[in-house]
Ligand binder design. Structure first.
Ligand code: HDD
Length: 702
């Protein structure tokens, strides 16, 4: 039994009572006996205007779409809950951060930014990570991304940035891609974009799964405690499964093989009971330390390195329920950065201030009027009492007066008294100044933090970034745009600029990188975010054919699935069954032609000489293994299966003599010479799968 969930109770009350039986009706409830032919004059004559059923059906269809989000149009979402580990009363009075026994329902929507609703999931892009907390004090929206920084510092530039990154205005190309002239033109002219562009060129921009990416509130917000004391706060979501991404070559192939890859993964895992989980963490900075950093806390293009201010874990979020209806819930959810609750407040970050205008404004057009908060997914779980009633799509029947103050309505709804602690009160920050349009001098260093990011990357991460810069800039037609971008890169790191320049046919400018360079922040590297060694929910492909050693395979599957929580799919040239070594029917999960190695995290070739021989002779199976190898994935071989891998002569792999049941540095694990039990092998393979990728291999992005 799940604990009582107020949002769930509310959703149940809103469920349409679509009758399980009874005839089809019109919207007016009139019974219809025929819906396949329109009313016409004779069998071959014209359709009649009086066919109200036809007109209603077509009209309703014509109006089924609402405008997609101007950014973040493609997304997927789920319900779940948040619970704090302990009370955060010292810093904030927010009710949902007080009591570890209180679960707050949430809805999270993940998204890409650039592409339209129907675009592919695995594009190089920022991912949205927007959370609506249905708290006991009203809705709190944390509308974040999977990067901790943003492209611009002031929201007034948002339309320019979005126009530059979106498909170009004359031909609406490219879809879901940043590799085009207008984006890089903008980047090369606006160095404030650089830090986020560095994140965009990293593998963070091609997450393996929404379940394996971080989330960030980006801006510095404020916590406010019951005494009215403010503390600056940055919000972090850390995935329990660790941080894992795709490689670019793979991401591109998945766009064709399964454009819904991330969406499907989220849905399937929740359906299977593998509930995604994130730890919620905060970086706290006392108000008096506002100016203690060599960057401005109000500048959304900057991080506070975790080594400088550690992330304190304060709670966890679990997503455990898929929506019932994509349109009603995932499409109609309306986030707004200004949806805050007592205990959480804004700062003067100019990007945040602009967002606090934009989100409400956009919902008015997208959801067609001011009553969108009544939609079930948007409704708070606490009472709403105010005088804001009329307008499109009012779905409730209010009675009584609709102005304040009134005596005729008994003075209701009355405002909370000044002593009522439940009311939202803005932090009384003192602000003095002249009305000016001017960027603060404290916002002007655009190069140190990209250098910090670059210097924090491991060698393979750096190589992937160089490849990404070369790919993106190599797609730009304008040589001037390429040159100007390289000029900017030289201000960050000369070696990076040199490697990029060489790849895109640009002369290398003089060394100009700033010294001293910042010390690396290990917390930024994938190497330090691998998770807890678990292989839970990793997708492992097993290539089988007639003659598979099913007993041995069952023992290994037991380790991987039962102990490890991995998801194992057995693939053969055809669906149905293969025969095992004893001639018994052995079921297959998928036919090889319907899948591809890019859709799996690891591949295993089991024993049974006949099975292994058939796998080695099957082009699709061999391509599967080679691709897994190219993409740095763990490869396992059992018995004769190890011989198959050895026979492929994968670059630099010595299988015979090396396969002693331990993890090789290249993530190829076999039991060939060990005589090791399937269990030993299973454990060693588990270790290789937990590492996710093995970067000793080159080329990985070819
Ligand atoms: Fe935004 C959607 C995240 C800057 C204006 N934004 C949107 C969504 C996310 C973000 C996750 C999708 C929400 C959903 O799933 O429905 N946006 C960010 C982050 C930003 C940011 C992390 C910088 C720190 N955004 C930003 C600025 C503006 C907007 C500066 C305008 C001044 N964003 C919007 C919007 C959207 C939106 C146009 C499109 C659809 C929507 O709001 O509901 O209002």
């Amino acid at each position: 039994m799940r604990p009582e969930d107020p949002k769930q109770r509310q959703r149940d009350a809103h469920r349409a009572d679509d009758p399980a039986s009874g005839p089809l009706t019109t919207d007016q409830g009139v019974v219809v006996d025929h819906t396949d032919d329109s009313l016409a004059v004779g069998e071959r004559g014209p359709t009649l205007l009086e066919d109200f059923h036809f007109r209603e059906k077509i009209t309703r269809f014509d109006h089924e779409r609402i405008p997609e989000r101007v950014v973040h149009a493609r997304g997927a979402g789920a319900y779940g809950f948040f619970e704090p580990y302990h009370s955060c009363a010292e810093f904030t009075k927010a009710a949902f951060l007080q009591d570890p026994s209180v679960r707050t329902p949430v809805f999270v929507r993940f998204s890409t930014v650039q592409g339209p609703r129907g675009s592919a999931d695995t594009v190089r892009d920022v991912r949205g990570f927007a959370t609506k907390f249905y708290t006991s004090e009203g809705n709190y929206d944390l509308v974040g991304n999977n990067f901790p920084v943003f492209f611009i510092q002031d929201g007034i530039k948002f339309p320019d940035f979005v126009h530059a990154v979106k498909p170009e205005p004359h031909n609406e190309i490219p879809t879901g891609q940043s590799a085009h002239d207008t984006l890089w033109d903008f980047v090369s002219l606006q160095p404030e974009t650089l830090h986020t562009v560095f994140w965009l060129m990293s593998d963070r921009a091609i997450p393996r799964s929404y379940r394996t990416m971080q989330g960030f509130g980006v801006h510095t917000f404020r916590f406010v405690n019951a005494e009215g004391r403010g503390t600056f706060v940055k919000f972090h979501w850390k995935p329990k499964l660790g941080l894992h991404s795709l490689v670019w070559d793979e991401a591109q192939e998945i766009q064709g093989r399964d454009p819904d890859y991330n969406r499907r993964d989220l849905w399937d895992m929740i359906e299977a009971g593998h509930y995604p989980e994130w730890e919620f963490g905060v970086q706290l900075v006392p108000e008096e330390d506002e100016h203690a950093f060599d960057f401005d806390l109000l500048d959304p293009t900057k991080i506070i390195p975790e080594e400088q201010v550690p992330v304190r874990p304060i709670g966890r979020m679990v997503l455990d329920r898929n929506p019932d209806n994509f349109f009603a819930e995932t499409e109609q959810i309306a986030f707004h950065t200004a949806n805050v609750v007592p205990g959480i407040d804004f700062t003067n970050d100019p990007l945040l201030q602009a967002r606090n205008f934009s989100y409400l404004d956009t919902q008015l057009i997208r959801l067609g009027g001011p009553n969108f908060a009544q939609l079930p997914v948007n409704r708070p779980v606490v009472p709403v009492r105010n005088n804001q009633r009329d307008g499109y799509h009012q779905s409730r029947i209010h009675s009584g007066t609709n102005y304040s103050e009134n005596s005729l309505g008994g003075g209701c709804p009355a405002v909370a008294g000044t002593a009522d602690p439940s009311a939202f009160r803005h932090l009384q920050e003192r602000v003095d100044g002249r009305k000016i349009r001017k960027r603060s001098a404290s916002f002007q260093d655009h190069w140190t933090q990209p250098a910090l990011f670059w210097r924090s990357m491991s060698d393979w991460e750096k190589q992937h970034m160089i490849d990404a810069f070369r790919f993106e800039l190599g797609k730009c037609v304008s040589m001037r745009v390429r040159e100007r971008t390289v000029e900017q890169l030289t201000l960050v790191d000369h070696d990076l600029a040199a490697a990029v320049a060489e790849g895109i046919g640009v002369d290398l400018p003089e060394r100009r990188d700033a010294t001293p360079q910042p010390a690396p922040s290990p917390a930024l590297s994938f190497e330090n975010m691998k998770g807890d060694g678990s292989i839970a929910t990793r997708q492992i492909a097993v290539l089988v054919a007639d003659g598979v050693d099913s007993a041995q395979l069952a023992a290994v599957r037991d380790v991987l699935e039962t102990a490890g929580g991995a998801v194992v799919d057995e693939l053969a040239a055809h669906d149905g069954n293969v025969r095992d070594t004893d001639g018994a029917a052995h079921p297959v999960n998928r036919a090889l032609p319907t899948v591809a190695s890019v859709l799996y995290d690891a591949v295993l070739v089991p024993g049974g000489p006949d099975s292994a021989l058939s796998v080695a002779a099957d082009d699709a199976a061999v391509r599967f293994i080679r691709n897994a190898y190219r993409h740095g994935k763990p490869i396992g071989g059992l018995g004769a299966g190890a011989g198959v891998i050895g026979g492929l002569a994968l670059d630099g792999i010595r299988v015979a003599g090396e396969g002693d049941g331990t993890v090789s540095d290249r993530g190829v694990v076999t039991d060939l010479t060990s005589g090791g039990s399937p269990e030993d092998f299973g454990r060693a393979f588990t270790e290789a799968v937990a590492a996710h990728r093995h970067w000793g291999r080159e080329p990985v992005n070819g």
